[in-house]
Design a protein around this ligand. Structure first.
Ligand code: NAD
Ligand code: MG
Length: 394
């Protein structure tokens, strides 16, 4: 086998659920990958442990205080240089030495560092769906201009990617009729609708199939996650809203499907373990070991599919409406959702009021065209202020 020099990787959000899974895959292939930078906002002790284990050139934290804390934890023995703030994140996402950037910060906070990687023409592994949802056209424009390669990490989009011919031009050109976006339906799929107003953050974060960060766990419980993924799929695959259908599949074994003109329906399947899409995207177009056991279909026994319940999960409807409206509507949806989810996690908002707060903000915000990053950020900020007011009033 031909020996190549290792690919140099930055992991944005290395202490999170995706970050830790990424490090697990990278550590299985030390000849293929070296780590340039690790970043985290909190859990500094865990970041220090990661620095000792992987010896990255840089570690980035949110503030100066965290940087001091990390430096003193690392002591003399570790050569990792500690940076902080948005500037530090953008620097390690776009540095010349870096080949691959895993974008695994949660929420809008990941937009600028992810864009920095895109603009620098990196191979960008996109877990941070909020960045694409909030900035859609601006993000895609940067992608075209920077010549970056974008590979989806979200298991559904990674599955769709795997079911499409590569290189991919258009759905029409590929003979695709429809994308079937699957979702488990979350922990409350069968819960009595009348009980939903009193569910707790702990119940909402206990996903039946996936272990994830708290924000995306709540999104899965409201099915806003599927809504964000619906928008993400429209942008990633240049699909119209009519070309994407949400299918509830409680076992999370089929990660999504592509329906072709000739009647073929291609699915990507596997155990629900994010290391599979991470390994796929890291090594694409080759395949590497991900540490994930092969799917045992006989032990699994059955796969169920059902239509989503838009009454029970209004967030799914709101996301569809936002994509239909286009322009800044997904930006507003995403910002209001982030504020509402945070309020729910802090016990300031009932579970069923998450959708109500988002809808209120959407109804009071006119839709405009997203002409640049400054417009995206202004709309995001305004929607957050309106969402705080809506949360306070509910
Ligand atoms: P998480 O909460 O477990 O981790 C988030 C990471 O981002 C942490 O390292 C945290 O320190 C960092 N971070 C958070 N806020 C930050 C800020 N303001 N500035 C800088 N860093 C910050 O989240 P996760 O579950 O790993 O999800 C990460 C992203 O991947 C999300 O966008 C999520 O939607 C997406 N995703 C996750 C999964 C999953 O299985 N966990 C699956 C698909 C997509
Ligand atoms: Mg997903």
């Amino acid at each position: 086998m031909q020996r190549q020099s290792p690919q140099v990787v930055t992991v944005l959000g290395s202490t999170g659920s995706i970050g830790v899974s990424t490090l697990d895959v990278l550590a299985r292939h030390p000849q293929r990958y070296t780590i340039y930078a690790l970043t985290a906002r909190e859990r500094i002790a865990e970041l220090a442990q990661q620095c000792r284990q992987y010896n990255p050139r840089f570690a980035v934290v949110a503030g100066e205080e965290g940087a001091d804390q990390l430096r003193s934890m690392l002591g003399e023995g570790v050569s990792t240089e500690v940076l902080w703030g948005l500037e530090g994140l953008c620097q390690v996402a776009s540095a010349n030495e870096v080949d691959v950037v895993m974008a695994a910060i949660v929420g809008a906070a990941g937009l600028r560092p992810t864009l920095a990687a895109v603009e620098a023409g990196k191979k960008v592994l996109l877990a941070n769906k909020e960045a694409l949802v909030m900035a859609g056209p601006v993000f895609l424009q940067a992608l075209r201009a920077g010549g970056a390669q974008l590979l989806p990490i979200d298991s559904e989009h990674n599955a769709i990617f795997q079911c499409l011919p590569q290189p991919f031009g258009s759905l029409e050109g590929a003979g695709v009729e429809k994308i079937l976006l699957t979702g488990s339906g979350g922990p409350f799929r069968t819960r009595l609708a009348g009980d939903l107003h009193r569910v707790t953050p702990e119940e909402a974060c206990a996903h039946p199939n996936w272990s994830m960060g708290r924000k995306i766990s709540v999104d899965s419980a409201t099915m806003m996650n599927k809504g964000l993924e619906f928008i993400e799929a429209c942008y990633l695959f240049s699909a119209s809203p009519e070309q994407i259908e949400v299918v509830v599949h409680p076992q999370s074994i089929v990660h999504s499907m592509v329906q072709y003109r000739d009647g073929s329906l291609l699915a990507q399947m596997g155990n629900p373990d994010m290391r599979t899409p991470i390994a796929h995207a890291l090594a694409f177009p080759t395949r590497i070991d991900a540490g994930v056991p092969a799917l045992d279909l006989i032990a699994q026994g059955r796969l169920d599919f059902e239509a989503p319940n838009y009454q029970r999960f209004p967030c799914l409807r709101l996301a569809r409406e936002a994509m239909n409206a286009g322009g800044s509507a997904p930006t507003v949806l995403n910002a209001a959702n982030e504020v509402a989810v945070e309020a729910f996690l802090q016990g300031r908002l009932a579970f069923t009021s998450i959708a109500a707060a988002i809808e209120k903000v959407m109804n009071s915000t006119p839709t405009v065209e997203l002409t640049g990053l400054d417009v995206v950020e202004a709309i995001d900020l305004n929607a957050r202020e309106l969402a705080q007011q809506a949360v306070g009033a509910l």
